[in-house]
Design a binder for this molecule. Structure first.
Ligand code: UDX
Length: 435
């Protein structure tokens, strides 16, 4: 049966959950404290760049199954299922700040007018769902409710695909009643045989961290292999391809790059190491992956200096600022470390990106920016490809060579064909590739 749901927080995770859950036939109210955002969402305008979401937003607004509001009390009192998707930013000591979660708990206590299921979607430290349950029990001892941990695995840029076709759903719960409610909420996926894994709260919380940390380790591993391939004359693309043919390894997440970034991997790897520390478990594999990733970002400018000597006064163009393609998100993007290193080297920096210029410019106003790649590349001595946008995969090398001062490309993502670039007179540096 369709449920009355409210999703608290319309950031990345909350917005996609609200849109997706309403598309499943549920009645959903998205809640946020930002009235401008709510206004824009009610008009069908997305506050972020995420391909494919807008038609779903508009369609469900029109059907009347989706609405957005700042009135949290009304939304809570009218809902049977409450999704928590508020921010849990890291505090100075690395631990998660649960102030926003606590504030929502206080609002729930005031509106506990019947049995409700409180579902945690935000990535929260291990122990948080138990903590939410105990807080609610303490503040509303006669209230009837269940707490569920339902971590989100969606990727930026592919959110719609991931929401409607997840590899699995993870549901951490303590009662059979809560399990039944979650089966109803996700009925469209449940009847389509999407694997639903039911477990306890702590297991669900750890699954999310374990998955992200494992992928981060995989990326750090292949980056290290690319560095070694460079040194010995091997080709990491072929190495990754052969490794990926082994079903135990899989070919996914074996693409070398400038180091992982984004809002999840850096934060989640730090958090799981901190949890290990709290329980005196040394998470040394993940610690090393974090360390390797940090070093990887700084190898980019170092490699250029080793190859070309001083970069002082050279014009260097960055193709790509977002932490990956199909997003305008620059959080923990390796482009930040590259620009910091380049500023220190005395280079002149020119930047371009299809979506992320505004976000990056606010952080580094001293660089020059151009939405047009060739204008950004005009008179450049070196081009660094940092983000794997499709438009860079097919960039017109002839035009690029014509506008650049020196024909040098450092393709950190290995998205061009080295032999083609070299045949056109470019000095081509890849990341562990030969031809
Ligand atoms: C990630 C997880 O994939 C997702 O399940 C979780 O919910 C949130 O965190 P996201 O941050 O959107 O999603 O990006 P993802 O596509 O996983 O990439 C993360 C980083 O790894 C990016 O910087 C990307 O460029 C890098 N990456 C990824 C590589 O360098 N090589 C690869 O092979 C894959």
């Amino acid at each position: 049966m369709a449920k009355e749901i409210c999703v608290i927080g319309t950031g990345y995770v909350g917005l996609i959950a609200a849109v997706g859950l309403s598309d499943f036939g549920n009645y959903v109210t998205g809640v946020d404290i930002d009235p401008k955002k709510i206004d824009s969402l009610n008009k069908g305008i997305l506050p972020i760049y995420e391909p494919g979401v807008e038609p779903y937003l508009k369609r469900n607004l029109q059907s009347g199954r989706l609405k957005f509001t700042v009135d949290i009390d009304k939304a809570l009192s009218e809902s049977q299922v409450i999704f928590l998707a508020v921010g849990t930013p890291p505090k100075k000591d690395g631990s998660a700040d649960l102030a926003q979660v606590e504030s929502v708990i206080n609002s729930i206590v005031k509106n506990l007018n019947g049995y409700k299921v409180i579902v945690t979607k935000s990535t929260v430290p291990v122990g948080t769902n138990r903590w939410i349950y105990e807080k609610l029990k303490e503040k509303a001892p006669t209230g009837t409710f269940d707490v569920v941990s339902n971590p989100e695995f969606l990727r930026e840029g592919k959110a719609i695909q991931d929401f409607f076709h997840p590899d699995r759903l993870v549901v951490g719960h303590e009662t059979g009643k809560a399990r039944e409610v979650m089966e109803d909420v996700y009925r469209s996926l449940f009847i389509n045989q999407t694997p639903m894994l039911f477990c306890n709260w702590e297991t669900a919380e750890l699954i999310k961290y374990a998955s992200n940390a494992f992928l981060a380790v995989k990326i750090s591993f292949i980056n290290e292999m690319a560095n070694l391939a460079d040194a010995v004359g091997g080709d990491v693309k072929q190495i990754a391809k052969a490794m990926g043919m082994d079903g135990r390894i899989s070919s996914k997440f074996l693409h070398p790059g400038p180091g992982y970034g984004g809002s999840c991997f850096p934060k989640d790897t730090q958090a799981i190491v901190a949890t290990g520390k709290k329980y005196q478990i040394d998470m040394s594999v993940i610690r090393q992956a974090i360390d390797a990733n940090e070093k990887q970002k700084h190898l980019i400018v170092k490699k250029l200096q080793e190859q070309f000597g001083t970069l002082e006064g050279k014009k260097i163009t960055l193709l790509g600022l977002a932490f990956k393609a199909e997003t305008d998100d620059i959080r923990e993007s390796s482009a930040i470390a590259v620009v910091e290193d380049l500023l220190e080297s005395g280079a002149q920096i020119s930047c371009t990106d299809p979506q992320a210029i505004d976000n990056f410019q606010a952080m580094f106003p001293q660089c020059s920016y151009n939405r047009d790649s060739f204008e950004a590349l005009t008179d450049a001595d070196i081009c660094i490809i940092l983000t794997d946008w499709n438009e860079y995969r097919n960039i017109d090398l002839q035009e690029m060579g014509r506008v650049m001062n020196e024909k040098v490309i450092f393709d950190v993502r290995n998205i061009l064909k080295p032999s083609s670039a070299r045949a056109m007179g470019f000095t081509y540096l890849g990341h562990g590739v030969q031809s």
